[in-house]
Design a protein around this ligand. Structure first.
Ligand SMILES: Cc1cc2nc3c(=O)[nH]c(=O)nc-3n(C[C@H](O)[C@H](O)[C@H](O)COP(=O)(O)OP(=O)(O)OC[C@H]3O[C@@H](n4cnc5c(N)ncnc54)[C@H](O)[C@@H]3O)c2cc1C
Length: 481
């Protein structure tokens, strides 16, 4: 079917921001693509691409190719940084790289809007970095990310609250665990200017009752650095800053193929990458000096698109420890597992004023059926852990997860630390899916953030990925520059 340019809805086109600055022409919106600012006329509420006045060859190519629908030749662009996936992690990376100023940054997203997958289906907790192995990236990036997150939210007016959190122990074994956690936190979470106090401390039953009369337990580890954030506000702020830095976000643009380019040397010492995409206006190809794969639940598929990931195929593929995030240890093809977590809402008034967690599972598949608060003060419980086959299986089945038996079971689990909870006030709410490298019953796996020849591959960015997002961006930049 022939589609004229004026029939393409603005939201399906390269990102356009409609705030009118002093230089704007009336009846036009301002857009920047590949660092070139454009004034695009609006006709009957639609963008009139037929009159683009591009100032670069690539834009002229865009115009000419877009003028033929379907395009005769795929569009061709060149860019320094291509970030794949506009979840909170891809947004943070693109924001960081675009802030450098000297290079061009393009972030592409297959969905209609940024942040519609895992980034908008989580607990919105700013974790302190207590749980994971000491030398893991999860610990390191969570601790740094926690600090950066509070700073960013304060500077950019993103709603957040340092609620604090309790990890509640019920028996002797739990108390031993909490003591160990407290010692580890003391060694890892050094006092900062923002957070000069102790990383954690333990309170006894009497102190607990004085502060949270509804909570039951023998003791609790208090984490003062834990908080909550409005993840949508955070993502909007990051997206706006990418635009402000001259970077570009293109929505409804799915990466479908990738190839390493040989014979050319780019600033990163490699030949760069040729990346194929599908947009509503047809196929496009981007030549990128560096590619960052932050495709969340699809990171394995995106990575595996790269048929020849390394210039010299590694001999020991499949034998090395891939938790070592180093260029000397190439990655084998990746496989992600999908681990669904259901949340339960609570229609009654909040019974507590901070986040309450039980002691977590041994292999950290999840952090137990915990209680979090949203920014309006409502309680929610979960998420549980259930491995599923489909990456988009968000269905919350009222006949299983939402059944009276299931709600009764959740209330019994929660009652171990919050006996006043009522099964009748619980309801099955929404679900999120963790992109896990560890399959069912398998031991802990760290984030994979791996750089080779200008290709940075992120995989298994499950919790604490939101908290770590700004630190991941800092780490990725340090790998490239
Ligand atoms: C139930 C649950 C609870 C959680 N709770 C917390 C928490 O409280 N605190 C915390 O710190 N973390 C938490 N997390 C983890 C956190 O949500 C994630 O680590 C984070 O959102 C990951 O962001 P991302 O950008 O990597 O992935 P995503 O948000 O999934 O973004 C990836 C994007 O890539 C796009 N994409 C994929 N393939 C392509 C392609 N081929 N072309 C173009 N675009 C593509 C997708 O459409 C998607 O928008 C939780 C996760 C879950 C599931």
């Amino acid at each position: 079917m022939e589609m004229t340019l004026n029939e393409i809805a603005p939201e399906s086109l390269p990102y356009v921001h409609a705030d009118e600055g002093p230089d704007d022409m009336p009846g036009h919106v301002k857009s920047s693509l590949f660092g070139v600012s454009l004034n695009i006329p609006i006709t009957n509420g639609r963008l009139n691409l037929g009159t683009w006045q591009g100032r670069s060859n690539s834009l002229q190519a865009t115009h000419s190719a877009l003028s033929h629908s379907p395009p005769q030749e795929p569009l061709q662009f060149e860019v320094d940084h291509l970030v794949i996936g506009a979840g909170v992690v891809g947004l943070a990376i693109a924001e960081r790289l675009s802030a450098r100023g000297a290079e061009s940054t393009l972030l592409v997203e297959k969905n209609q809007l940024a942040g519609q997958e895992t980034s908008s289906r989580n607990s919105e907790v700013i974790h302190a970095g207590l749980y994971y192995p000491q030398d893991s990236l999860k610990t390191r990036l969570c601790i740094r990310g926690n600090e950066l997150m509070y700073e960013f939210c304060e500077k950019n007016n993103v709603e957040h609250r340092q609620t604090t959190k309790w990890v509640v122990g019920q028996n002797e074994a739990d108390l031993v665990y909490l003591e160990g956690l407290s010692k580890k936190a003391e060694a890892l979470l050094l006092p900062t200017k923002r957070m000069p106090g102790p990383a954690t401390f333990i309170i006894n039953e009497k102190q607990m009752l004085a502060e949270e009369p509804q909570v039951r337990g023998k003791a609790a580890l208090v984490s003062p650095r834990t908080g909550i954030v409005d993840v949508h506000g955070l993502m909007s702020a990051l997206e706006a800053r990418i635009q402000d830095h001259g970077g570009d976000v293109i929505l409804q643009c799915e990466v479908t193929g990738m190839e390493r380019m040989h014979g050319q040397q780019n600033i990163r010492g490699g030949g760069g990458y040729k990346v194929d995409m599908m947009t509503p206006a047809g196929a496009a190809t981007v030549k990128a000096a560096t590619v960052i794969n932050s495709a969340g639940l699809h990171a394995d598929k995106v990575y595996n698109l790269l048929k020849q990931p390394y210039s010299t195929p590694p001999k020991d593929i499949g034998r090395v420890n891939h938790n070592v995030n180093s260029a000397e240890h190439p990655l084998p093809p990746l496989k992600l597992h999908y681990c669904k977590g259901h949340y339960y809402g609570y229609s009654g008034r909040a019974l507590v004023s901070r986040l309450i967690y039980p002691v977590p599972d041994k292999n950290l598949t999840g952090l137990g059926t915990h209680l979090t608060l949203d920014l309006s003060g409502r309680m929610r419980f979960g998420p549980d852990t259930l491995y599923v086959e489909q990456f988009d299986d968000y269905f919350v089945d009222p006949s299983t997860v939402g059944s009276p038996e299931s709600l009764e079971l959740v209330s019994q689990v929660v009652a171990s630390y919050l006996p006043a909870v009522k099964a009748s006030a619980l309801y099955a709410d929404y679900a999120g899916i963790r992109p896990k490298l560890a399959g069912p019953g398998e031991p802990f796996r760290d984030f994979v953030i791996h750089h080779h020849d200008g290709f940075v591959n992120l995989a298994g960015i499950e919790s604490p990925g939101l908290t770590s997002s700004l630190a991941i961006a800092e780490y990725v930049e340090s790998m490239l520059y």
